[in-house]
Design a protein around this ligand. Structure first.
Ligand SMILES: Nc1nc2c(c(=O)[nH]1)N[C@H]1C(S)=C(S)[C@@H](COP(=O)(O)O)O[C@H]1N2
Ligand SMILES: [Mo]
Length: 532
């Protein structure tokens, strides 16, 4: 009597063996990678390549999802997809043993490819991590498949075509025991990798940074020194729920392509100034701190901010004027672009003029009285008033290179964004916070910004009524947003509320509605409010 050909390894067990083996492979890969510190990870490396490859076609998605969240979703997605592929490899290997090692080797090569794209990752460790992951995955899979081969007589006739012949000693219990152990191993090793890559070292270095007293500081209380500096006082308009003049560091918007916040040790960090300069040089963090510091409030904005969006923030920045470094380097004529790169390989560029036309342009080391938070570029970043972040605001700064305008395009330029990125005049309605308000006297309030030009007027229109001028709050300079507010006697019904700002040159925001790409959204922020 002949039974239909069936593998000695039941499919469910083969798939489970593959998942457990893939988990073990990921765990070993992360553990070895973590030896180079928290920046290195095969999973994150693959994720970064994914972002870089698809950032052009998915540019909005990439900026919104990967830019603002901590990318946990992407990392979890990669792990889940890896485990699913592991299941397929397990199924394949149950029929052809070689599928196991080949499948894991393909995984490993992908990890090596991704790791090699990251200038920060140690190549030796990348190869070691990927190799270790491949071997661990293949060995665990092989062992589990052996344990999974049942004693079922079904398979006896086809044993020749099946690489894991039935094993009478194998019991269901033993298999699940081994698979469970492999899963537990993956989790323990993964947790160990996380612990090894704990961020505390650089966080501790950050906490120890003592910001020097700026030689030029904005008016306000004078500090006594220490790891935090006092903030100038800027009177806020008295409206409930209005956006504060200084956005606190932990609520300041965050955009970047980094999957893992770069961990830069200030003790070994260096800033290189090179390219078309007479005297290239580099500075350590202490040398940078020792240079005369300025303190300026500047509003940063992301080009991908929608009208009414949250990707804008105002902070008090402390740092060294870019001009100080350029003067020391001696910029050669014809160097029309200032390119900056980050330790994680991101880059951007803006016209050299912008550092010379009197606007605020600095290498910032402080944000709202503290050393830069890691997420905002510790130990140093670029801040240039009036330019969107994607052309100017390099976090985790590594190099400043003088180049010709036509010789270099930053990260986002080939991905469909305009090469020049001046910030457009914008205004936003923040109050009322909700879409439903009770009838009666209330306020409409928000912020407006046109960094370098300043805001001269903000007007509000309810339904098709008159445009009424709002009251404006105090500002420290034309580089910052301004709070605005206006009284409103809210009458029952549905209302449309609009805002428009006029900049310091007398130019009023256009009502033309455009998308963020390629050079920043336009249009008037309009909200529908129901008064009950
Ligand atoms: N290294 C690095 N710096 C970067 C970016 C990045 O992806 N990597 N994104 C830029 C963009 S698009 C913006 S809008 C600002 C945002 O700065 P923030 O996260 O401190 O708000 O950082 C800029 N600096
Ligand atoms: Mo941005």
């Amino acid at each position: 009597m002949t039974e239909p050909a069936a593998p000695a390894v039941p499919r469910a067990r083969a798939a489970l063996a593959g998942v457990a083996a893939a988990g073990a492979a990921l765990g070993v890969g992360e553990l070895v990678s973590a030896l180079n510190g928290p920046d290195q990870s095969l999973v994150a490396g693959v994720g970064t390549e994914f972002v870089n490859l698809f950032a052009a076609s998915l540019k909005d998605f990439a900026v919104r999802t990967f830019g603002t969240n901590d990318k946990a979703a992407l990392v979890v997605g990669i792990v889940v997809v890896s485990l699913a592929i592991g299941a397929l490899v397990g199924l394949g290997a149950a029929r052809r043993r070689v599928v196991g090692p080949l499948g894991f080797a393909a995984f490993g090569l992908l990890g090596i490819y991704a790791g090699f794209q990251d200038s920060q990752a140690s190549r030796g460790l990348t190869v070691l991590a990927a190799g270790g992951a491949t071997i661990a995955g293949a060995l665990v899979l092989d062992a589990l498949l052996r344990a999974a081969a049942t004693g079922s007589p079904r398979a006896l006739d086809t044993a020749e075509s099946i690489e894991y012949p039935s094993n009478p000693a194998a019991t269901r219990r033993a298999f699940f025991g081994w698979a469970g152990s492999a899963g537990a191993f993956a989790i323990v090793v993964g947790a160990a990798a996380r612990a090894l890559s704990s961020r505390s070292a650089v966080e501790a270095a950050r906490s120890a940074v003592k910001l020097p007293q700026p030689v030029q500081r904005t008016p306000g209380p004078v500090g006594t020194g220490g790891t935090t500096r006092p903030m100038p006082t800027v009177a806020s308009l008295d409206v409930d729920g209005i956006t504060p003049y200084f956005m606190p560091n932990d609520s300041f918007y965050k955009i970047d392509t980094a999957l893992i916040t770069p961990q830069v040790d200030p003790a070994t960090w260096k800033l290189e100034v090179n390219g078309m300069v007479d005297h290239p040089f580099s500075l350590t963090f202490d040398e940078l701190l020792a240079l005369p510091q300025v303190e300026e409030s500047v509003t940063l904005s992301c080009v991908s901010n929608d009208v009414g969006g949250e990707y804008v923030g105002n902070a008090l920045w402390q740092g060294v004027p870019l001009a100080t470094l350029l003067d020391r380097a001696g910029v050669q004529s014809g160097a029309t672009q200032i390119v900056s790169t980050s330790v994680d390989g991101w880059d951007c560029g803006f016209p050299t003029e912008a550092a010379r036309d009197g606007r605020v342009a600095m290498i910032a080391v402080g944000m709202n009285g503290e050393a830069l938070p890691l997420a905002h570029g510790f130990p140093a970043r670029m801040v240039v008033a009036g330019l969107y972040g994607y052309v100017s605001a390099t976090k985790w700064l590594a190099t400043i290179t003088l180049a010709r305008w036509e010789d270099f395009d930053g990260y986002w330029i080939p991905r469909g964004w305009s090469k020049e990125g001046p910030i457009k005049t914008q205004s936003r309605i923040d109050v009322p916070r909700r879409a439903h308000v009770p009838a009666g006297p209330t306020k409409i309030a928000g912020i407006a910004w046109a960094p370098t030009r300043g805001i001269s007027k903000v007007e509000v229109q309810v339904d098709d009524g008159e445009w009424r001028a709002a009251k404006l709050g105090d500002v420290l300079s034309a580089n910052t947003w301004v709070q605005w507010a206006i009284d409103w006697n809210a009458e029952t019904g549905q209302h449309l509320v609009r805002v428009r700002a006029t900049d310091g040159t007398g130019q009023t925001q256009t009502s033309d509605v455009t998308e963020p790409a390629p050079d920043g959204a336009t249009g008037w922020h309009t909200r529908s409010i129901t008064v009950e």
